[in-house]
Design a binder for this molecule. Structure first.
Ligand SMILES: Nc1ncnc2c1ncn2[C@@H]1O[C@H](COP(=O)(O)OP(=O)(O)O)[C@@H](O)[C@H]1O
Ligand SMILES: [Mg+2]
Length: 360
């Protein structure tokens, strides 16, 4: 069934220009010329009829690998680990932009040359839908993986559930569908429910070694499944909408982290990502200020420096055209540039988390 899925998986092209590459690498567009020389030296890219070359995520990876050793002023960290950074997108409120930012961040990281695995952990399957997966079809989902180890007590090979929805980058997806509601209910009556996802991941350690990042989208509530996902994560990414009531849901978030700390003796760090800043909506800036004040100086909690603006393109590209993410459709828009900034920040956080893990 998985081969059938792979064959029917939609492919879209990720192609970008030198100027874009400079931005993705963190050199800024001003260093265009420098990038041009490095690209030529490495003979990367593909000539597409004209004199212009197009580049993809795999070129970016080669470029970054070469640069890490070759250039002392390389601005972006590259993960050098044998285990990916696992980031769970969790916030106990819907409609705040979790899925949108998770999807665009995944594509952006992959465009920068990281190897990314996306997991749809929400029975609503909006992440899967965003990547054109037909969730009505007979597909292998993350829920099937959990049911197999939890109910059938057998090993599940995660590689069999993977599809690659975007051509030209290493970004794989394990989808979800409505059946996962049942997975969640069964998980709720299982002893050690918080260990289920951890167990699935550690049984697939070799598969995980092939990725730098694992981004998991979750349902907007504290369910056994989202709890188990967060328990297996290195970091929680809490997308917080810059609107009234934004902070109410943080109580649930901290309560969950506390419960995890008591049960699993591990404190999961949280990064808040503010979403929806709008120049002429004063309350968005005010809310941002409140958030920064509230969480500054808190142990293992931070607010990302990057603030995602309200931008119609983010919702527009979730619905029409074959480019379902902003990063695919408008990689040079102002909002996409913010996504690049966020990806850079996430890479730094990942390096920090990996260092902590090594010391432990
Ligand atoms: N920064 C933004 N600017 C404009 N629209 C946004 C932005 N972030 C999210 N949206 C839109 O808001 C809606 C809810 O976002 P979604 O990612 O599905 O939230 P969640 O996963 O938290 O439920 C979607 O229609 C999405 O396109
Ligand atoms: Mg969602």
């Amino acid at each position: 069934m998985e081969t059938e899925l792979n064959n029917t998986a939609p492919t879209r092209s990720i192609e970008f220009k030198r100027r874009m590459i400079a931005g993705l690498l963190g050199y800024g567009a001003g260093n265009d010329k420098k990038i041009q020389n490095i690209l030529a030296d490495l003979s990367l890219g593909e000539t597409n009829g004209s004199r212009n070359k197009s580049y993809n995520g795999f070129d970016m990876r080669k470029l970054r690998q070469a640069l890490t050793g070759a250039s002392a002023d390389f601005p972006a960290p590259v993960l050098q680990v044998d285990r990916p950074e696992i980031m769970a997108f969790f916030y106990s409120k819907g409609g705040v932009g979790k899925t949108t930012i998770c999807a665009n961040l995944g594509v952006t990281l992959a465009m920068q040359g990281s190897r990314v695995l996306m997991i749809d952990g929400d029975p609503q399957a909006s992440l899967s839908t965003m990547f054109d997966v037909d969730v009505e079809a007979d597909i292998v989902t993350f829920g099937d993986a959990i049911d197999t180890i939890n109910v059938s007590k057998r090993r599940f090979d995660l590689a069999t559930a993977v599809i690659s929805p975007v051509r030209g980058i290493k970004m794989d997806l394990i989808p979800a569908d409505q059946r996962m509601v049942r997975t969640d209910i069964i998980l709720g009556s299982t002893a050690y429910r918080e260990k289920a996802v951890q167990k699935l991941f550690s049984e697939n350690a070799d598969f995980f070694k092939t990725y730098d990042f694992v981004l998991i989208d979750t349902a907007p509530s504290v369910t056994p499944l989202s709890f188990s996902i967060v328990a297996a994560a290195d970091r929680i990414i809490a997308v917080v909408e810059l609107a009234g009531m934004a902070l109410k849901a943080t109580n649930n978030l901290f309560a969950m982290v506390q419960e995890l700390e008591e049960g699993a003796h591990r404190r999961v760090p949280i990064t808040f990502v503010p979403n929806g800043l709008h120049g002429s909506k004063r309350y968005t800036a005010d809310t941002l200020e409140v958030i920064r004040k509230k969480f500054s100086g808190k142990n293992l909690v931070n607010v990302s420096n990057t603030v995602i603006p309200e931008y119609a393109g983010l919702s527009r590209h979730a619905k029409i055209s074959t480019n379902r993410t902003l990063m695919e459709a408008e990689p040079t828009s102002a909002a996409a540039l913010k996504m690049i900034e966020l990806a850079r920040e996430m890479e730094y956080l990942a390096v920090t988390d990996q260092n902590v893990k090594q010391e432990a």
